[in-house]
Design a protein around this ligand. Structure first.
Ligand code: SF4
Length: 488
């Protein structure tokens, strides 16, 4: 029988929505490329497939793009020395659109009639295929299959006079989610889509402007947080300082609520809220909505940990590390024999028997996607002697796919779209299972609950209500049942 290969970093045993991408940029600092490498390292959780940096040295651009981790590709003096210049932008990629290949690694770069232009994108353009087909039929030749490349072609073919007018003309034709950091020889641009679905912040490092997906990337270089790039805002930094444009009609924000549940690092502040605080508040809400008769609260580490701390606080139960995570993953293993059960999950997690044996365990995880990991984790906890297992999930059931730059399975593979909570509890073999309500999630994230007419966040993976048109999806899968509710 062929032996199974398990990649500890990317295997289906890791049953989460996969993070999207991280972007970073430094304008006018002698150490721009080294700072960008550090910033990308802090954003590694947003994408581990590939990383790239483009620098600008008095109008001359240098490009380094590699498959793999930042730490494996951007730590040598040689690489940083090649990336000369006092401006740089960088990107961590987890492919959501376009296959995982070097030609899709960002930042993308092109020589346009207006000079060199580099761009790094977090998000997903939901009409990219339609725009691409139109551009192709009028003669454009594409170098990649990345959705981001349409922006470059729209910019290059725009009839507007100035670079900024062309940039605005281009982004107005895009639908979906985009947090962009772009660079020319004269300026750096940070820009968010009209709804601000993905995060982007501005920092100050010794007088130099910095853009980053999350504040943890400012912290690593010692930069000061200045403010968010606002939803629908285009921020231009140049030798004249910072200018702000509002190229889109004003609409209420729809920041991705899953950033608070799972994507963003807990030490970051995104959308004006500290992620760790929101996750603990989620746990307290969950304890209020769905208390468990348990002896100990145990997180599924690492992503379930802050919510489990909040759950323990909210239910006055002890918190303990009943599952230990091995952080030294990153290799592909050959499963040595069928006798080693659940090897995939055990590469990352192991039960801490002393904590679990004989106890009624409230097990807290951030979400259930396919259900594969939950099933195995619960079995591991039971094998370690737990008397009862009560699973508590720190988000509502994940019933719909994300089309805004997060790698998610098809709806049919999302277990909560196929099973009721009771069925799922039987499937993963827990004594009880409860999810946080959507109102509870909104309360934890600072709202009064979900306003059904004008929800404050994007929550489409929990509600199926998409805040933008899904043009490509509707064109190519017209029978897919998707609802775009333009309530905003
Ligand atoms: Fe975030 Fe879910 Fe909306 Fe995607 S669908 S942007 S993961 S809330």
């Amino acid at each position: 029988m062929p032996r199974r290969l398990i990649d500890a970093r990317f295997s289906s045993e890791d049953d989460h929505f996969h993070d999207e991408c991280g972007v970073f940029g430094v304008f006018r600092n002698a150490g721009a490329s080294a700072l960008t490498a550090l910033g990308l390292h802090a954003l590694q959780h947003r994408g581990q497939e590939a990383a790239g940096i483009v620098s600008c040295d008095r109008g001359s651009f240098r490009i380094e793009r590699h498959m793999g981790l930042v730490g494996d590709n951007f730590t040598s003096q040689d690489v940083i020395a090649r990336l000369r210049g006092d401006c740089a932008i960088g990107h961590n990629r987890y492919s959501t659109t376009g296959e995982p290949a070097l030609h899709n690694v960002q930042p993308l770069f092109a020589e346009t009639a207006m000079g060199g232009f580099a761009v790094a994108h977090n998000g997903n353009i939901t009409n990219a295929r339609k725009v691409r087909e139109a551009l192709r039929s009028s003669g454009s030749i594409f170098q990649s299959t990345s959705d981001t490349e349409v922006l470059i072609h729209l910019l290059a073919t725009s009839a507007k006079a100035t670079f900024i007018e062309r940039f605005v003309d281009a982004i107005r034709q895009l639908e979906g989610a985009f947090a962009l950091v772009a660079m020319t020889a004269q300026m750096m641009i940070g820009c968010r889509d009209a709804l601000g679905i993905r995060p982007l912040v501005i920092g100050d490092y010794e007088g130099s402007f910095v853009f980053a997906s999350e504040t943890c990337a400012l912290d690593i270089i010692g930069a000061r947080f200045v403010r968010d790039v606002e939803p629908g805002e285009l921020v231009i930094v140049s030798d004249r300082g910072l200018e702000s444009l509002r190229p889109f009609p004003d609409r209420p924000d729809r920041f991705c609520v899953f950033e608070y549940v799972y994507f963003a690092r807990p030490d970051s502040t995104v959308g004006g809220r500290n992620v760790y605080d929101v996750r603990k508040a989620i746990g307290r809400e969950l304890a209020r909505e769905a208390p468990a008769l348990a002896d100990v609260v145990v997180p599924v580490p690492d992503s379930g940990t802050p919510a489990a701390i909040g759950f323990a606080e909210g239910s006055n139960l002890p918190f303990d590390l009943g599952i230990i995570r091995n952080h030294y993953v990153g290799r592909t293993f050959i499963e040595p024999s069928d006798q080693i059960r659940h090897m995939g999950v055990k590469l990352k997690h192991n039960a801490n028997r002393n904590i679990l044996a004989g106890k009624r365990v409230a097990l807290v995880d951030d979400s259930i996607v396919r259900g594969t990991t939950s099933l195995k984790i619960v079995e591991m906890v039971r094998e370690a002697g737990a008397a009862e297992v009560h699973m508590r999930i720190a988000s509502p059931p994940t019933t719909d796919s994300c089309f805004y730059g997060v790698d998610t399975p098809e709806k049919s593979k999302l277990i909560a779209a196929r099973m009721s909570v009771e069925e799922l509890a039987r499937y993963i073999r827990v004594d009880s299972l409860a999810y946080l309500s959507i109102d509870g999630l909104y309360r934890a994230a600072g709202a009064d609950g979900r306003d059904a007419v004008a929800p404050r966040y994007c929550d489409a993976c929990f509600t199926g209500e998409y805040p933008t048109p899904l043009t490509d999806r509707e064109m190519h899968e017209p029978h897919a049942q998707l609802s775009f509710l333009e309530k905003a």
